[in-house]
Design a protein around this ligand. Structure first.
Ligand SMILES: [Mg+2]
Ligand SMILES: [Zn+2]
Length: 183
């Protein structure tokens, strides 16, 4: 079994621009805007026999800016709107909590791999930040960086990781890279 590990915010769904112009993760179901390419992307991955596992950092829980109930609501909404997602793994800790799951650590990937019997060497991590690339690199998964959604409203944030990774224009381009480089 092989898998595609997918970052959630800025990749499958848009980041949110708040009233003070900062950009962050949605804090309510009403804020969720699904990337129109996500549905086709996940469907194509399933046809290629990849398990699709979402891995997302949600430190707003530890910061008391988001309730666990609303987080679970947002995750179910995404899973309902994008058929084919196997599971959504969430790190609810903050930087200084000392957990092993917060990206760039690979805990969410390795745990899901163990549970689902996934061969990490045949798997990919797709994200919009260096921490996504590093989480993949830390467990032997090849990585693809896609431009962060809403990047048009800010200078484009790219993955500046020193680990090797592919750069895609969007999710459909990422699909092309995966197909061309499958083992
Ligand atoms: Mg992201
Ligand atoms: Zn964690």
């Amino acid at each position: 079994m092989r898998a595609i590990f997918l970052d959630r915010d800025g990749v499958l769904i848009d980041n949110v621009v708040r009233s003070d112009q900062t950009v962050g993760s949605p804090r309510s179901r009403a804020d969720v805007i699904i990337n129109p390419l996500s549905v086709q992307f996940v469907e194509s991955l399933r046809q290629l026999s990849y398990s699709v596992v979402v891995v997302t950092n949600q430190p707003d829980i530890a910061r008391h800016l988001l309730s666990l109930n609303e987080l679970l609501g947002i995750n179910s909404l995404i899973a309902n709107r994008i058929p084919g997602i196997e599971s959504i793994a969430t790190c609810i800790h903050d930087k200084d909590d000392g957990c092993t799951c917060r990206k760039p650590l690979p805990g969410m990937l390795t745990k899901a791999a163990k549970r689902l019997g996934i061969d990490l060497n045949q798997s990919w991590m797709i994200g919009d930040r260096s921490s996504d690339i590093e989480a993949g690199a830390a467990c032997g998964v090849r990585s693809i960086c896609v431009p962060s959604l809403l990047s048009h409203s800010r200078p484009r944030r790219t993955c500046e990781s020193h680990y090797p990774h592919f750069q895609a224009d969007d999710l459909i381009d990422a699909l092309r890279i995966i197909t061309a480089n499958s083992i």
